[in-house]
Design a protein around this ligand. Structure first.
Ligand code: FCB
Length: 443
């Protein structure tokens, strides 16, 4: 057959969608689930924009079968979800909660019955409150408890999922949860935040080792928040600030994961705020992994002095995040060049829009454009030789967007919260067509 340049690469590329436990499940106090730090945080007055919580969220826990049918209807090839630690191990250590594990059993089996590959994430921000009471990620012991939890999930589900990621965005957990305080547990101390990054990464490495020790042969990895960092201007001070922010957000984690060291320039900048690292902990952090997940939404503009960003022509989503698809190509090429990364998945990419239900339809043309442009950005990187294996839209459903509550909608599927009715947005219809056409091309 003659070569057809319009064909995608021969290697299978997965098209999926992503969610996380606290953002969709609800059923916060049911079937033995223990409280997590997000249950506690949501009760602090002023913490959540609309004073809401994930108590009910999308009620996914009770609507599992119909949500699985929804995924099949969209033709998803893969689904990324997270396990709620406090649902399967309510105190974060010790006793396991069988009904909680049973829920994930049903989820995984339901995906497999529908030929959807299950991509499991162990930690998407909902630490059991009992562990927070003992110091949370500021305490080294939490990393050890995380490894135990990983092993128990691996033993139960490791025979059926497609892969296991340890953390979702450890850098964001450290910064927003422990430095700026806008996420649970709401702490504000840079020294602590840096110690937390280290314990999260240590927990990752120990979890990988524990999963291997229980015989898991699955691909194991971690999901990182990824941004191309650009200086706001050509001023030397802004360029230096961009280098520092890239160090804190990108090199800090990847140098540790890939090389077992933290970058010297960032350590110097941190001075007394640098984390304490014991013995051979960094050897555990760099335990071999099989994939890296990248979540991409926008770029970071760095400036030495706080300044107001320039006016239009910046195009932004409802989060106020600038739309910069070429930043994703740039980031992928750069990571490919600077690190010998294992295969990459785009584990989250998507947009919040001001969606309105209009006569049974949601016309979210901005989201369709966003997704299309970002897929094209990934494909440019693939054409240039970067090994990317899949793309997960954030998110399958509108859901609880952390400190923004329900005020921001990221779903392909609209959720009418009072009735819990699901409505496919135009973007869902578009994605369904897109996946089907890609499948046909490969057939
Ligand atoms: C990511 C989170 C995800 C969602 C999106 C918008 O940082 O991983 O849960 O909140 O942002």
């Amino acid at each position: 057959m003659p070569y057809d340049a319009s064909l995608p690469p021969a290697r299978p590329f997965l098209w999926g969608a992503a969610t996380s436990a606290y953002q969709i499940e609800g059923a916060a106090a049911e079937d033995g689930r223990g409280p997590s730090i997000w249950d506690t945080f949501c009760r602090i007055p002023g913490a959540i924009a609309d004073a809401s919580s994930g108590d009910i969220a999308c009620d996914h826990y009770h609507r599992l079968d119909s949500d699985l049918d929804l995924m099949r209807g969209l033709g998803l090839q893969a689904y990324r979800f997270s396990v709620s630690w406090s649902r399967v191990q309510p105190a974060g250590a010790g006793a396991v909660n069988p009904p909680g594990l049973g829920f994930y059993d049903r989820l995984v089996d339901g995906l497999l019955e529908r030929a959807i590959a299950p991509y499991l994430t162990l930690y998407h921000w909902d630490l059991p409150q009992a562990l927070q009471d003992r110091g949370g990620w500021g305490a080294r012991d939490t990393a050890l408890r995380f490894a135990d939890y990983a092993a128990l999930v691996g033993r139960r589900l490791g025979d059926r999922v497609a892969s296991i990621a340890t953390h979702n965005e450890p850098g964001v957990v450290a910064e927003l949860g422990h430095q700026t305080g806008v996420h649970a547990p709401g702490l504000r101390e840079r020294r602590l935040a840096m110690q937390v990054t280290h314990h999260l990464l240590l927990g990752h490495g120990l979890a990988v080792q524990a999963l291997r020790a229980v015989g898991t042969r699955l691909p194991l990895g971690i999901v990182l928040s990824a941004a191309a960092v650009h200086p706001a201007t050509g001023d030397a001070a802004d360029v230096a600030q961009a280098r520092l922010e890239d160090g804190l957000r990108v090199r800090w984690t990847l140098d540790a994961l890939m090389h077992g060291r933290y970058p010297a320039d960032v350590l110097e900048h941190l001075g007394a705020d640098a984390p304490s690292v014991r013995g051979d902990e960094l050897d555990s952090v760099r335990a071999p992994i099989d994939f890296i997940g990248l979540n991409y939404y926008t770029r970071t503009l760095a400036s030495a002095k706080p300044r107001r960003l320039g006016p239009a022509p910046r195009v932004v989503t409802d989060m106020g995040w600038e739309v910069v698809p070429q930043g994703l190509t740039e980031l992928l090429l750069r990571l490919h060049r600077d690190y010998r990364l294992p295969p990459i998945y785009i584990t989250e990419c998507g947009a919040a829009c001001r969606d309105r239900l209009d006569d049974g339809r949601v016309h979210d043309a901005q989201r369709v454009d966003f997704i299309r442009q970002h897929i094209a950005a990934v494909e440019r990187a693939v054409d240039a030789g970067v090994d990317v294996r899949g793309f997960f839209v954030w998110s399958l459903l509108d859901n609880f967007e952390w400190a923004h509550g329900y005020s921001k909608r990221f779903g392909l599927v609209y959720v009418d919260y009072p009735t819990q009715r699901r409505v496919l947005k135009d973007s869902a219809l578009w994605y369904r067509e897109f996946i089907a056409s890609r499948q046909q091309q490969r057939a």
